[in-house]
Design a protein. Structure first.
Length: 140
């Protein structure tokens, strides 16, 4: 077992655990991801560290399993069909499977969270935008 440092500036011990940039069709803005626990580490759980620059966020999507976000730096803007919730560093939010949502940094500060999901899951990025753009603009 090799420890993994939660740092976007330190390479992982192999290519699988090395930080990488988020795809434009999944994120808006500059996002860096790092696999902390992945296939080969655990057959049951995945953990991703995700760094969002100021104003960066995911595009709307739906997971087929529950997702837990643990915010470790900054404030996370989490949006779903009910509106936007701000989640502060040290707080956790659980997103049930099948819920349309997005999450990321606020328009004012960067943010880092750990994403925790069951291994072997999928994400549907081909969903309607709904209030993705307009709800985000209301964050103060």
């Amino acid at each position: 077992m090799t420890p993994i440092k939660i740092s976007k500036d330190e390479p992982g011990h192999d290519q699988l655990h090395t930080p990488y940039k988020g795809k434009d069709d999944e994120f808006s803005g500059d996002v860096t991801l790092k696999r902390l626990v992945w296939a080969g580490d655990s057959p049951e759980v995945e953990l991703l560290a995700v760094w969002f620059t100021t104003g960066a966020r995911t595009r709307p999507h739906i997971h087929d399993v529950d997702q837990v976000l643990h915010v470790i730096e900054g404030t996370c803007a989490y949006g779903d069909e009910k509106g936007v919730t701000l989640v502060n560093a040290g707080e956790v939010i659980t997103i049930p499977a099948g819920v349309w949502h997005w999450h990321g940094a606020t328009p004012h500060t960067p943010m880092t969270h750990i994403s925790i999901r069951k291994m072997g899951n999928s994400t549907n990025w081909q969903v309607e935008e709904k209030g993705w753009a307009t709800d985000y603009e209301l964050i103060k």
